[in-house]
Ligand binder design. Sequence first.
Ligand code: ADP
Ligand code: ADP
Ligand code: MG
Length: 478
Amino acid sequence: MKKILIANRGEIAVRIMRTAQRMGIKTVAVYSDADKNAMHVKVADEAVHIGPAPSSESYLVQEKIINAAKVTGAEGIHPGYGFLSENESFASLVKANNLIFIGPSEHAIKVMGSKLAAKAAVKAYDIPLVPGTDHAINDLEEGKSIAKEVGFPLLIKASAGGGGKGMKLVNEVSEFEEQFRAAKSEAMSAFGDDAVFIERYIESPRHIEFQVLFDQHGHGVHVLERECSVQRRHQKVVEESPSVKLDENLRQKMGADAVKVAQSCNYEGAGTVEFIMDATGKYYFLEMNTRLQVEHPVTEEITGIDLVEWQIRIARGEALHLQQTDIKGRGHAIELRIYAEDPDNNFLPSIGTLSTFKLPQGDGIRVDTGFEEGDEVPIYYDPMIAKLIVYGHNREAAIQRMHYAINNFKIEGIQSTLDFGHFTLAHPEFISGQYDTHFVKNFWKQGDNEISELEQVAALVAKRHWLRYKDRIKLPEG
Ligand code: ADP
Ligand code: ADP
Ligand code: MG
């Protein structure tokens, strides 16, 4: 491959281009109306306009992406994360057009894209699963009787769910009917598939995941774990590696299970096997993400492995020469996701212009971003504007460096999760390492409230009107 197209935007598009360019591969960006001045367009060797701002009319339109690859002579397509990255029909279309999809096979995407199909696939491999159902539940009465067997609290989960969406907590049987109906209808509207199933709600859970890398010749390894338990709305905000919860024995055991999960779908490329761990240290397979993960840099920082480079080499058919014993972590890395959100206001999205955007610099500090000072944060896409990654010789050093880096990261014009980062990394619970996925709910002053899609949109619309008309609006005195 001498030229690849990156079917994405923002920090991930920029990050993929940097590795490709280092490897001597030319890069093609695609962009919507909202992104015509975006950094990923400037970093790319060439760029193709693919339509209006809404992703349903640009970044998600498969034919436009394929055409852009054809007119520029790109030989491969990297989908990044989000958008078309976990869409098996896109992977097929890429191949049908004699292009290389830099990712796993359609089969692997399909199996692991459905949480139920994934559970079925790994069953033969003796992988621990969260107690619950292994099939879609359509009937309310059946659901209720299974719920009583599984016990409360429980989760009703959308099989096709992702991005922390499509989960309903049910505390007792009287809540079941309402949550069941809501789960089904939300799954249908968000994912086009109303299959839901039941999982026991793990109390005091930790989210621990393993990176895997597999070549096309059946050889694969795991590339250690990432601890991702600081979450808001079931979505990660702070990630670190290694996890304080794992000793060498447990790491090897979970890593071996992650490798088996990948084998269960003949995985190729970089992927992530997610586990949930309860307070007693028992762990269960949650799902597999068949793509590059947002938090992959923490793995890169402690192992020195460039995961995007390996994605490209594997897609070219190269053998993965790494053996499991070659993979060693050194020191400690932490990532803070910088979201254009207001942590003091339910983490509602916060848009506007980045009137100040100054990145911290120094040893052991890495910033992955697709924005620069003066850029507008568009309302159309995921609100993550940057990732701040720090490395230290141990966890304490990494935490210290993160505070230093946050202090030297200047963002004005929007609200962000920078200060939330200070709060988290200074919190005794985080410092002790003994935190779970309820950290935000338990300790952040505003909690971790569920907000509906409607509230998110309403906040954005209100903000947009405010920015447009604020100079004309006369507020009453006092
Ligand atoms: P990670 O597991 O890598 O931390 P996230 O859950 O934060 O990933 O999701 C990464 C990106 O993909 C975000 O932009 C998120 O909104 C998007 N995403 C993930 N899964 C889905 C899905 N099923 N539907 C829509 N968007 C998704
Ligand atoms: P998604 O596809 O949205 O990433 P996951 O199944 O990976 O869905 O779950 C996302 C998060 O939701 C987990 O990291 C965890 O915090 C929480 N979660 C999921 N399943 C359970 C469970 N059975 N018990 C407790 N928490 C859960
Ligand atoms: Mg997940």
